[in-house]
Design a protein around this ligand. Structure first.
Ligand SMILES: Cc1ncc(COP(=O)(O)O)c(C=O)c1O
Length: 384
């Protein structure tokens, strides 16, 4: 006898979604060479083929962060926040303190993770859309020797702001503190070098500018610092960074079941990322962003940031009074394009990303669809 709840009996089979051009800031459209690895045969995560896979992904993740022989990466099954929470909850000791450089939604997340784990922190708030004031960072570090770690988001994806990693890295190193970076939406498309930029803890994820599939994330750090964590009591069981490191590094096996298929996809995506190089990927994304920017400005959409502060992969636009975000989103979705909203403090805006396996032809088709949708929305509005 098969047992089914009433709910299950009435649930239709989930249909495959139509093919869509994703202009949200990850997950992204992926190269077919990444998608095709999902057809690999099933594997057991405690067999040598899974160990090879994890070793390869760790080495390539470290390479994309600019790490040398003294660095390694620790893999997590989970989205970027999993690796971020593993780092924040694991590396700041009970008597430590985190200085959070805050100018948007994802810096707020860093701060909230620290708060959940009862970690002492100071928030240095610059205001959403505002660049860091390095003099204030300098002064805060000079004023409080109790600050052991500094946390920052490299690309603040909520506003599209690229924060000045190298400058902060130099400052933090000069003060002898440890720098922790959320590079979740920058790795692969923005210059970042954990050695030159003095980054101790660098967090990345598969499904943004590395152009992999969701489900895998990682933290890159010097092996010596990871070893030192053995003396720090973990604040969480599942996200204990040292536990994952020790298992992956010394036992050559995952601590818990990894997202094996997402790791195969990440392995292939990292090959493609390393082959394209960060500078060429960054130029590809930025070229598409510029195309969007020039076109949308002509329709009265105002970019939130000037190009000098903008990351290559995300542009936020203020919407004119006569364009409603939900209508815009829904009509564009019908045409096959997914755009993204923004967290509330930014008001009437929309976010358009150019990350992923996206061609100029697709962006030009999007702009045609945009013109038609906006003309239709304006025509409807003028009839009321
Ligand atoms: C800078 C940054 N940090 C953290 C996250 C959270 O990542 P995830 O949704 O993969 O957990 C995002 C997602 O957009 C992000 O852009």
């Amino acid at each position: 006898m098969t047992v089914q709840s009433g709910e299950l009996r009435s649930a239709p089979r989930t249909a495959a979604p139509p093919s869509q051009v994703l202009l949200n800031p990850g997950p992204v459209n992926v190269d077919e060479r990444v998608r095709e690895v999902l057809r690999h045969p099933d594997v057991c995560h405690r067999e040598p083929e899974a160990a090879d896979l994890m070793r390869n992904v760790r080495a390539k993740a470290t390479a994309i962060c600019g790490g040398g022989a003294e660095h390694t990466s620790v893999l997590f099954a989970g989205s970027g926040t999993a690796a971020l929470e593993a780092v924040i909850s694991s590396v700041i000791p009970a008597d430590g303190k985190l200085l959070v450089l805050h100018n948007g939604h994802y810096a707020e997340r860093v701060s909230r993770i620290a708060a959940v784990h009862g970690i002492a922190q100071q928030r240095l708030e610059f205001g959403w859309t505002q660049p860091f004031d390095l003099d204030r960072v300098d002064a805060a570090l000079a004023a409080d020797p109790g600050i052991t770690h500094v946390g920052m988001v490299h690309h603040e994806t909520s506003t599209g702001m690229l924060n000045p990693l190298s400058e902060v890295g130099r400052l933090v190193a000069r003060h002898g503190r440890s720098l922790l970076v959320d590079a979740i939406s920058s790795l692969g498309a923005e210059e970042l070098d954990v050695v030159a930029d003095h980054v101790d803890w660098c967090v990345g994820t598969a499904n943004k500018c590395l152009e992999g599939l969701p489900g895998a994330s990682f933290a890159c750090a010097p092996r010596a610092l990871l070893e030192q964590l053995s003396t720090v009591p973990p604040r969480t069981f599942y996200l204990d960074l040292h536990g994952h490191y020790a298992s992956q590094e010394h036992v050559d096996a995952p601590l818990f079941t990894p997202a094996v298929q997402a790791l195969y996809a990440l392995d292939r995506a990292l090959d493609l990322s390393l082959e394209e190089t960060v500078s060429r990927r960054s130029a590809r994304y930025a070229g598409l962003s510029m195309l969007l920017r020039e076109h949308l400005v002509r329709h009265g959409l105002e970019p939130l940031l000037t190009p000098e502060h903008s990351a290559s992969s995300v542009t936020v636009f203020r919407l004119p009074e006569d364009i409603d975000y939900t209508h815009l989103h829904d009509r564009l979705k019908e045409a096959g394009f997914v755009i993204y909203g923004c967290p509330p403090p930014l008001g009437r805006v929309c976010r358009i990303a150019t990350m992923g396996n996206l061609s100029e032809a697709q962006v030009r088709r999007f702009l045609d669809a945009f013109d038609q949708v906006v003309a239709a929305l304006r025509a409807t509005a003028s009839q009321h």
